[in-house]
Structure formats: structure tokens, C-alpha cells
Design a protein around this ligand. Structure first.
Ligand SMILES: *Cc1c(COP(=O)(O)O)cnc(C)c1O
Length: 391
């Protein structure tokens, strides 16, 4: 006989471990100054790096398209939900990324699951960086291919795994900028070792598009790599683009293969056309946001200098994702709570999202943060330095 369901023990175990996750209630738009659970806070934890989520031009495009095109897309892309707004956005993204084609997915999670599963299966191999985003790891695990993880950023370890592949196709998968760590994959070396071993490379640059590379074209463009070196690029629209959804960019052949075989593309409703229209407006702004990117970089550099001087340990990151390594879960929560009392929202990231013993405060910057916002945060971190044992 089956065992009866009993959910409480796992829940109380989680609570005991200081890993119970709770949602906060946001009562303002996604922006730097927020009202959360009734409290006014300065947020340092959004992925809205360029402040486009609440930008007037993006909102205007959304509203105008909703008036003209309606709200629901009504069907999947292959039935009759593929709207002109989707089509135009795909063309504009392909041109922006500098590849033949782009294909819109409903979320980044679905783009990763659908792409990896469409390209490899039983008898093939997928090699992933150990700290890849959960959606990439899930995709590798569900693909049926041999699944191996190499040490973070370690191309020597990757090469060893690549040369051990004897049969089947091989796909190397990495974050461009790592979502919880903020550091960047050595895409030049990765593409080189992959090419020598007939493997393809897939880069999920959810945090790179908009924040790095010429005109915000992301990590692959920053390394100056071509589409025969990095065959698959994934971008998400819910981060620097400030809207919602995701895209896969690459060759005609790649996008056609995904259209035919990616189940999470085929069996789901297309995004609302107005989301695509809003993203077309945000793409225009994102390309031209050189000043914002320079400001973002300035904030990041000052933050690093000052917090290192206070004795905090940072992960080696040049991106707007700046993790303060704390170690113990309880200390990370304590720091986060203390910051909240002082008017700042900085979330504690704990296992299983990050490896055991590497709980952290994940500080992220937006181009909308001012020097004053940063100085206030630094002053609070200075006060709190003595409260946790970081050694
Ligand atoms: C956020 C994120 C995703 C998921 O994208 P969604 O559109 O939120 O589903 C995938 N990969 C990385 C690296 C991410 O940071």
C-alpha cells in the first residue's frame, strides 16, 4: 500500500535549518525605492539592472499594444498565437545579438529545458559548470544524456571531461555571468576546447545581456566570439530588459530545430503580444544605455573597494552582482535582517540555491542607484561589520 502524505516534517526541518523561504509583499513598482511589507526600503536585490521595468517608454509601448492587440495571445506559436509583435521582436533581437535568428520562449527556465532536451538525449553527453543556474542543471538532468559537472570556471577539468567522451554528441553549457556569483565564464577558452572536441557551446547570459559587451550585447560579444564558436545563446527578458520572457539566439537551423522539437516551445501559450511590444521598446533603450552601464560599473567598483577595506569577503565579480560571502545561514539572515531594519533590502541567499557553507548576501546594483544610495548602504555595512564572524 502507498505511504500516506505527510508534509509537515519537511517543512519544520527546513525551518530548523534556517532555510525556510518567505515571500515579501511588494506594494510599489520594481524600482530602487520600494514599499515592502508596508516598509519603505532601498532595494539592492533586483535584476532590473538598467531600471527598465518601470520605464515610461516601456510602459507606454505595453499599454498601446494592449489597446491595439489585446491581452492574451490565445494559443501557442505553432497554432495561431504567433503575433506580429513576437515576429518583429525576434528579428530585432537576432540583429542585436548578431546572429541569423532568435526564437522567443515564455521564460528562461523553459528556454533552457526545451533547448537542451531538443538537442541531446540518450547516448549524448552534457557538460555543465558546477555553479550553473538551476534551470540548466535541471535541463541536463532530464535530457537523458550523460550529465557531468566540471569545477567552476575550470577549463582544464572541462577539457578532461571532453576528451573522455567516446560516442554521441557533446554539449557544453555555462552561464555567461553566473547568477548567484556574478563572475563570468572564460568563454574564449571554453569555446576553444569545445571546438577541438566537436562539442557545441550553449551560453545562458541572463545577466550579461544589457550589462556587458558593446551596446549591452552580452558576454559572447564582449569576448568577440562568433556563432560558429558559441552556437547557442540564451537571454532572459525579465532581467536587464525589464519585461518578461526569454530568447534563444543562433543559426536558422538551430531555431528551426527548436521550433520543431523543443517541447516547452511547442506546448505552451505564446507570451502576450504586448509583452513583446514592451520588450521592443526596452531593447531600443538597452542598446543606447552606455551611460547607465558606465554608472553601474562605477557603483560596483566603489562598492568593492569599500567593502573589501572593511574586511568583508567578496566573490571575485566585476558584474553588478556582488555577493558578500558570509558562510553560515544564520549569519546571512542576521545581516539581511539588520540591513532591513536600517532601510535596505538585501536578500540572504542560502543552500540549496548555493553550495553548503556559502550562504551570502547577494547585493545587486541598478543604474538607478545614486551615489547617495550606495554611501548609505556602505555606512550600514560598516556598522554591521562587527556583528558576524566572517573568518
Ligand atoms: C533568471 C535566470 C533564468 C530563468 O529565467 P526566467 O525567465 O526567470 O525563467 C535562467 N538562467 C539564468 C542564468 C537566470 O539567471
Amino acid at each position: 500500500m502507498a505511504q500516506p502524505f505527510e508534509l509537515n516534517s519537511a517543512l519544520s526541518e527546513r525551518r530548523k535549518l534556517n532555510r525556510f523561504r518567505e515571500r515579501r509583499l511588494l506594494e510599489s513598482p520594481q524600482q530602487v525605492e520600494q514599499i515592502i511589507d508596508g516598509q519603505s526600503l532601498i532595494s539592492f536585490c533586483s535584476n532590473d539592472y538598467l531600471g527598465l521595468a518601470n520605464h515610461p517608454d516601456v510602459k507606454e509601448a505595453f499599454i498601446e499594444s494592449a489597446k491595439k492587440d489585446g491581452v492574451g495571445s490565445g494559443a501557442s506559436h505553432l497554432v495561431n498565437g504567433h503575433h506580429e509583435q513576437h515576429h518583429l521582436l525576434e528579428q530585432e533581437i537576432a540583429e542585436f545579438v548578431g546572429v541569423e535568428r532568435a526564437l522567443l520562449f515564455s521564460t528562461g527556465y523553459m528556454a533552457n529545458i526545451g533547448t537542451i532536451n531538443a538537442l541531446i538525449g540518450k547516448g549524448d553527453t552534457v557538460l555543465e559548470d558546477k555553479l550553473n543556474h538551476a534551470s540548466l542543471l535541471d535541463a541536463g538532468l532530464t535530457s537523458g544524456a550523460r550529465f557531468k559537472r566540471y569545477q567552476h570556471l575550470d577549463t582544464t577539468h572541462l577539457l578532461k571531461q571532453l576528451t573522455a567522451v567516446e560516442t554521441g554528441k557533446c554539449l557544453v553549457v555555462t552561464d555567461g555571468i553566473f547568477s548567484m556569483d556574478g563572475d563570468q565564464a572564460p568563454l574564449d577558452e571554453i569555446s576553444q576546447v569545445a571546438k577541438q572536441n566537436n562539442a557545441w557551446v550553449m551560453v545562458d547570459d541572463a545577466h550579461g545581456f544589457g550589462t556587458c559587451g558593446p551596446k549591452g550585447r552580452g558576454s559572447v560579444a564582449q569576448f568577440g566570439l562568433a556563432s560558429d564558436e558559441i552556437q547557442i545563446q540564451v537571454g532572459t527578458l525579465g532581467k536587464a530588459f525589464g519585461t518578461f520572457g526569454a530568447f534563444v539566439a543562433g543559426s536558422h537551423e538551430l531555431c528551426e530545430t527548436l521550433t520543431q522539437f523543443a517541447r516547452s516551445y511547442i506546448y505552451t501559450t505564446a507570451l502576450p503580444p504586448a509583452v513583446a511590444a514592451a520588450t521592443r521598446a526596452s531593447l531600443k533603450l538597452l542598446k543606447e544605455a552606455e551611460e547607465q552601464r558606465a554608472h553601474l560599473n562605477g557603483l560596483t567598483q566603489v562598492f568593492k573597494q569599500e567593502t573589501l577595506a572593511m574586511g568583508y569577503e567578496l566573490w571575485p565579480s566585476e558584474s553588478p552582482i556582488q555577493p558578500i560571502l558570509v558562510g553560515k545561514d544564520a549569519d546571512a539572515i542576521h545581516l539581511s535582517n539588520q540591513l532591513q531594519e536600517r532601510g535596505f533590502l538585501v536578500t540572504a541567499i542560502r543552500p540549496p540555491t548555493v553550495p553548503e557553507g556559502s550562504a551570502r548576501l547577494r547585493v545587486t546594483f541598478s543604474a538607478q542607484h545614486t551615489k547617495e544610495h550606495l554611501e548609505k548602504l556602505l555606512a550600514a555595512l560598516y556598522e554591521l561589520r562587527a556583528e558576524v564572524d566572517l573568518d
